[in-house]
Design a protein around this ligand. Structure first.
Ligand code: URA
Length: 467
């Protein structure tokens, strides 16, 4: 039996080195025993492999490495052995990574998925409390992850809160950032973390402002913000009261019918929007954040009755950090002016907040976002709309329509008519200005442009009728 002692539960490097040597020596997965911590000796305490057989290397597909780096963070004690068994298979046949139905790969996929979900929750639900530390301030958060993700998430918090001094305390390990270096300490208890403080005002304001009773689904809230996290979240204190008041407010909204006055706006809407934009700045919900220069968030009055949703920022928007400022934006502005709709009074945003492109030489060529990318980014749009609560939302093009309606539509079939949304607003769908720019035939372009202006005119008229 080959016993491998790893230095920590998330010791991917230790696992990789050991697994590589065992595989080179042809050790059967059934003859390995993986453990963390107090096993005697070093990584190969009981390892009888001759030194010569420990040398060398072999390569595995990138997909295996990505999967293993996530799955190894799972709490399941079998993860090391499972990964080693998969490594042996993949080494013999790299295409084994494609056998998505194979039970071993499926099981490891599930582990990785659980870890990714846990990381996502930690990104979203860590809340800092401010504590005095001598003359300075430190922000301290308490969090209870399900898996061994604390080290893996440290980089995210460093990037996001680079200028703050902070500590994240968890039962397994604590991480501390002093503005320059990150250090790690032993686990802590809930009692080691501070209680409430003023930093929370921002968050409580944010959650109260986005809490729209017509959208209340306690089941959905539970799955988005599981109860086990509530005890560490300042906004959790608001939730029972918000739910209690929701039915009453919802009844009032129904009584006033879809097109009646908007409910009174929450005074903290501006704070909520600013907090949301800050959050979006560091969004990593999908891989598009990687190559993009920055998040391009929506802009315009946050009490706008009219919201335009585009597809995603283009090359110029990505550099400028503002939506619709490039060629499509210029065409859009001209069409709005022709239709008598003031852009300055509308809120303009995109379904996807990062520029997706393909680099060809020096040029960055626009690529249409996938349904998955639209879905990943849809959360931000939902939050923007929950704060703004517009009367009319105009989707420019198919990706925007998918984001606004939550399903794919054919523009030709839904164009020119209002579609009621659950919360009383109405959606309109028209073409994207870039579609007009791409039309090669000038006569066709003029015709389509006139149709676009006519759509905007209709929206303008509808808005006046609702006022
Ligand atoms: N196209 C869009 O959909 N949005 C922009 O912001 C720019 C171009």
């Amino acid at each position: 039996m080959h016993r491998v002692a790893l230095t920590a539960p998330d010791d991917y490097d230790g696992w990789r080195d050991a697994a590589r040597r065992l595989a080179m020596a042809g050790v059967d997965p059934a003859d390995t025993l993986w453990q963390v911590g107090d096993a005697p000796g070093d990584l190969f305490a009981d390892d009888p492999l001759p030194a010569a057989r420990r040398d060398g290397a072999f390569s595995v597909p990138r997909a295996f490495v990505d999967l293993a780096q996530k799955a190894i963070l799972h709490r399941d004690p079998e993860r090391f052995a499972l990964l080693y068994a998969l490594l042996i298979r993949v080494r013999a046949r790299p295409a084994a990574m494609e056998d998505k139905a194979a039970p071993l790969l499926r099981r490891i996929d599930m582990l990785a998925k659980g870890v990714r979900r846990d990381i996502h929750k930690m990104h979203a639900f860590v809340r800092f409390r401010e504590v005095a530390e001598g003359d300075a301030t430190r922000f301290v958060a308490w969090f209870e992850p399900d898996h061994h993700i604390v080290r893996a998430t440290a980089g995210f918090f460093v990037r996001r809160f680079t200028t703050m001094r902070w500590s994240i305390l968890t039962p397994e390990a604590c991480i501390h950032w002093d503005g320059e270096t990150i250090t790690e300490g032993p686990g802590a208890t809930r009692a080691d973390a501070p209680g409430d403080d003023p930093v929370e005002a921002l968050w409580t304001g944010y959650y109260a402002a986005i809490f729209n009773p017509a959208r209340l689904k306690t089941g959905a809230m539970m799955s988005e913000m599981p109860k086990k996290y509530w005890k560490n979240l300042p906004e959790a204190a608001l939730i029972p009261a918000l739910i209690a008041g929701a039915q009453q407010r919802e009844a009032a909204m129904i009584a006033t019918a879809p097109m009646a006055e908007k409910p009174a706006r929450h005074g903290n809407a501006q704070v909520a929007w600013a907090a949301l934009r800050e959050e979006a700045r560091v969004c990593t919900r999908c891989p598009l954040h990687g190559p993009a220069t920055q998040t391009v968030f929506g802009e315009g009055p946050i009490d706008a009755a009219l919201v335009f949703v585009g597809e995603q920022p283009g090359d110029q928007e990505d550099l400028a950090g503002r939506p619709f400022v490039g060629p499509a934006g210029q065409l859009f502005d001209a069409a709005l002016a022709e239709a008598g709709v003031e852009r300055a009074r509308a809120y303009v945003t995109n379904a996807v907040k990062h520029f997706k492109y393909e680099q060809r030489g020096k040029r960055r060529i626009h690529q249409t976002p996938t349904a998955g990318e639209v879905q990943a980014c849809r959360w931000w749009l939902g939050q923007e709309l929950a704060i703004i609560r517009p009367r009319i939302i105009v989707a420019l093009g198919a990706s925007a329509a998918r984001a606004v309606l939550g399903r794919a539509v054919t523009i030709g079939q839904v164009r020119g008519a209002a579609m009621p949304l659950e919360d009383g607003a109405e959606a309109w769908v028209t073409v994207h200005p870039s579609f007009l720019l791409r039309l090669p035939d000038p006569a066709r372009q003029a015709e389509e442009q006139a149709r676009f202006v006519a759509d905007l005119l209709m929206v303008g008229e509808r808005l006046k009728a609702l006022a």
